[in-house]
Design a protein around this ligand. Structure first.
Ligand SMILES: Nc1ncnc2c1ncn2[C@@H]1O[C@H](COP(=O)(O)OP(=O)(O)OP(=O)(O)O)[C@@H](O)[C@H]1O
Ligand SMILES: [Mg+2]
Length: 202
């Protein structure tokens, strides 16, 4: 079992979306995936998803679930919301990789850089950025690359995820049995998992 934590203080950068995408992408590659919900919000209801979803808001529950999974195959994805310095320490000690999703926005970039430093100070060995909501137009990409993303060292960026509106359905409770998402979502899910898997193997 490998464990990846998707972290960041900034609300809306895409932690929860990226976590679902990673778990879904793993599932499509026949890799068992375990989603750990740890932020303060109520967990969602899931039905028939191809990955497990756990309410792990209690740190002891999280530790127990991780302990139970340690010898299993697969990927544990921790959706780590909020701004909790004690959680930084736990991440540094307990996960193989920490990913900070960053939207192309100056405030997002600033907070992501700060969080990176905090995680490294806490002892994390592998921390990477994943650019989320990357524009599709070349002109816009050129703009966000030079205006905002240039402050992030290129060697620390594991990849770029596009805007895919239907990603929001993954964050919502399943009102009926989970159906295979649109191909755009599956594609970005596989992409997310591949980027993480590559980094875990590196
Ligand atoms: N790649 C994407 N394409 C389109 N929309 C996205 C993408 N990633 C995230 N979003 C949208 O951005 C919003 C915030 O995403 P999300 O809830 O995943 O962020 P978060 O970092 O978990 O936020 P919070 O800190 O509040 O928990 C949501 O409306 C989500 O649907
Ligand atoms: Mg969230």
């Amino acid at each position: 079992m490998k464990a990846v934590a998707i972290v960041g203080k900034r609300g809306g950068s895409g932690k929860t979306s990226v976590s679902h995408l990673a778990a879904l992408g793993a599932a499509w590659k026949m890799t068992p995936a375990y989603f750990m919900h740890t932020d303060d919000r109520d967990p969602i209801e899931v039905s028939g998803r191809p990955y497990a979803y756990y309410d792990a808001r209690n740190p002891e529950t999280l530790a127990t679930l991780m302990g139970a999974a340690v010898n299993k195959d697969g990927l544990c994805v921790i959706d780590g919301g909020g701004n909790r310095p004690e959680f930084d320490k736990w991440i540094a000690d307990c996960v193989d990789l920490a990913i900070i999703p960053v939207s192309p926005d100056p405030e997002d970039v600033r907070e992501a850089l700060q969080h990176y430093e905090r995680l490294v100070k806490a002892g994390a060995v592998k921390v990477k950025y994943l650019i989320n909501k990357y524009p599709s137009s070349k002109v816009e990409r050129g703009y966000v690359d030079t205006a905002f993303l240039c402050d992030i060292p290129a060697k620390d960026i594991i990849g770029y995820l596009p805007m895919v509106a239907a990603v929001r359905t993954l964050r919502a409770s399943d009102t009926e049995k989970f159906k295979t998402p649109p191909s755009k979502v599956n594609k970005v899910a596989r992409q997310t998992y591949d980027l993480i898997n590559k980094e875990l193997g590196a």
